[in-house]
Design a protein around this ligand. Structure first.
Ligand code: NAD
Length: 437
């Protein structure tokens, strides 16, 4: 069975490498020539655990030429769907991919199944994607071309694991055959470990993806709001509160870690896109707006806490531990570190930063307005205060003595709640999100 994957980002490349590793013949297509060359040299263009190894033994071949997709039985579209200038979804990459694909499919005799894997607002598959494909291929969806939507739920940093072990598979099909074809492919891919599957129409499948991200983002903003309240109550600690509420089966323990807010390439843009989409339908999505607003302000809590401990930050040296939007990735899109660093620079701080994976990406944003340390220890050396912005495992291993020994002033703001407050408060000036002082 031949498969083509269009768009080789975190989603597309992981999907392509996982499918290829299970013996499917996969071709990757991307318009980014440099990315294609990097992958063809056996290297991943971004950091994602296990992907490097998988790619090396997968035999995946990539190209910038859509003609390479012409004989595929399945074509997955997994190009980006970023936020437009007003927060609305930008579907231009999806439209471009569907159009280019349609052009090469025009000469094809056998029907193939096109699968939309990008996150798209409801109505996109049966509207824009179908129209672009039909217009450029001259074929009819449901007759000589199959189409379905199959949103992706993987988490960056766990992308390979999640691809092999999804909680569920959601497929949307309005025409009858594409979804069933895809199910057959997944039966072969997952063999005996069949994940729960929802086969529905395209708009439900598209909405399920947005609703999932909206729920997860809402949990984060809600626990962060509880944390912000706790911070004003001497003796209160949101980690104790969240542990207890997570034991309630109706609530559950996941996504209840208070911190500096969510970042990355999905939650922020998907919440905003859903707000804009709802507004276009005449709805006022008040909860989603609140989720977004809380999240936009949350990174600044770290700066407020530093000011509480130190007073004015002007002229001070800040050590920022963590640049990536979450651990185990080099992705800094919408990372909270960006907002924190920008604010600290505006306040006249000198900023030193360290991240195990994301320094090169941060350098593209901040250039040499920030200095980059080769290790956490070097980052802390002679700093006046430290903000933990990403909960990398190696930061958890630092103890209060490390901060005391290395920093000019041992002032620590735990933005990700990775340290035991009692242990730290004995030896350093300590503040943390959701910890009442
Ligand atoms: P990405 O930005 O990492 O990669 C997108 C790729 O598409 C880029 O390599 C780009 O060059 C390529 N591209 C753009 N236009 C193209 C075209 N016309 N033809 C061929 N290639 C083209 O994106 P991503 O993070 O992999 O996300 C892809 C989609 O999956 C988005 O809709 C996103 O919302 C969704 N998603 C992402 C994640 C995640 O964790 N990153 C998880 C679930 C869903």
């Amino acid at each position: 069975m031949k498969i083509a994957v269009i768009g080789l980002g975190y989603v597309g490349l992981t999907t392509a490498a996982c499918l290829a590793s299970r013996g499917f013949k996969v071709t990757g297509i991307d318009i980014d020539k440099h990315k294609v060359e990097t992958i063809n040299e056996g290297k991943t263009p971004f950091k994602e655990p296990r992907l490097d190894k998988l790619l090396k033994r997968s035999g995946l071949r990539c190209s910038t030429d859509y003609a390479e997709a012409v004989d595929a039985d399945f074509v997955f579209i997994s190009v980006g769907t970023p936020a437009g200038p007003g927060g609305e979804i930008d579907l231009s990459y999806v439209a471009g991919a569907a159009r280019s694909l349609g052009e090469v499919l025009a000469s094809r005799r056998k029907p193939c199944t096109v699968v939309v894997r990008s996150t798209v607002v409801p109505g996109t598959t049966r509207g824009l994607v179908k129209n672009e494909l039909e217009k450029s291929s001259g074929k009819r969806v449901g007759e000589d071309l199959f189409l379905c939507v199959n949103p992706e739920f993987l988490r960056e940093g766990n992308a390979v694991h999640d691809t092999f072990n999804p909680d569920r598979i959601v497929i949307g099909d309005d025409w009858g055959s594409g979804g069933k074809n895809l199910l057959r492919l997944y039966h072969r891919f997952y063999r005996r470990r069949k994940p729960a599957t929802i086969l529905t129409n395209t708009v439900n499948a598209e909405m399920i993806k947005y609703a999932s991200n909206a729920f997860l983002a809402a949990r984060i903003s809600l626990i962060n709001e509880i944390a912000n309240i706790c911070q004003h109550i001497p003796g209160a600690d949101v980690t104790v509160v969240s542990k207890a509420i997570g034991l309630d089966k109706r609530i559950g323990p996941y996504f209840l870690n208070a911190g500096l807010g969510y970042g990355g390439s999905c939650f922020p843009k998907d919440v905003k896109a859903l707000i804009k989409y709802a507004e276009k339908l005449g709805e006022t999505p008040r909860v989603l707006e609140a989720v977004d607003n809380v999240n936009m302000m949350q990174p600044l809590k770290a700066v407020e806490l530093a000011e509480k401990l130190l007073g004015s930050l002007r002229g001070k040296t800040a050590a920022i531990l963590g640049l990536a939007f979450k651990p185990n990735t080099d992705d800094i899109r919408e990372a909270v570190s960006l907002k924190i660093i920008k604010t600290l620079l505006e306040k006249g701080c000198t900023v030193k930063a360290y991240d195990p994976a994301a320094i090169e990406n941060a350098r593209k944003v901040f250039g040499d307005t920030v200095s980059y340390a080769p290790s956490a220890e070097e980052c802390l050396r002679d700093a006046d205060f430290c903000i933990v912005a990403t909960e990398w495992e190696e930061f958890r291993r630092l103890g209060p003595d490390d901060f005391r020994k290395l920093m000019r002033e041992p002032v620590v703001v735990d933005g990700r709640r990775i340290y035991d407050p009692e242990r730290f408060m004995e030896k350093v000036e300590f503040a943390a999100v959701g910890l009442g002082l």
